[in-house]
Design a protein. Structure first.
Length: 158
């Protein structure tokens, strides 16, 4: 008969720590862990550039704009997450998410995607931002998703 060297509660704590580290590593815990990219950064991939712009206040809605540019005959798929920036160590409030697909033909024009969302007025001024990630269609296949890019934070005066 073998005698266990660790107590059950110690074993549970170790397995809990391992599960948390694994979840963070796999990106299962979203929010601030995945949003460590620098602000005001655009990403380039396979001839496409996606730039999350600073949100703008449009009366009761906020316009979370994304500027997209691609070479001829490219298709890009974009994921967008919208957040309210909370003060201190609290997690930011998730406002919503969207997915967009843009195809570019021979005319090389930039496209600005307008994604409008309502931001609740809870405590005076609200700070909001967005993060975007994208992939490009190459032939019959899609590239991997880019890292998340964060826009500048906008302050909404209420």
């Amino acid at each position: 008969m073998s005698i266990p060297t660790t107590t059950p509660s110690k074993a549970r704590r170790r397995s809990g720590k391992f599960a948390l580290v694994s979840a963070v590593t796999l990106g299962l815990i979203g929010g601030p862990v995945a949003l460590a990219a620098p602000a005001d950064a655009s990403t380039h991939l396979r001839g496409c550039t996606v730039d999350p712009l600073k949100p703008t206040d449009r009366s009761h809605l906020v316009d979370f704009r994304i500027k997209v540019s691609c070479r001829d005959n490219q298709t890009v798929q974009i994921r967008q997450l919208r957040y309210e920036d909370e003060r201190g160590r609290r997690h930011d409030d998730y406002l919503g998410g969207s997915t967009f697909r843009e195809s570019f033909n021979r005319r090389h024009d930039d496209v600005t995607i307008h994604s409008r969302d309502w931001v609740p007025d809870r405590r005076g001024d609200e700070k909001v931002y967005q993060v975007v990630s994208f992939r490009v269609r190459v032939g019959n296949h899609w590239t991997n998703w880019t890292r998340w890019e964060k826009s500048d934070v906008a302050t909404l005066r209420h």
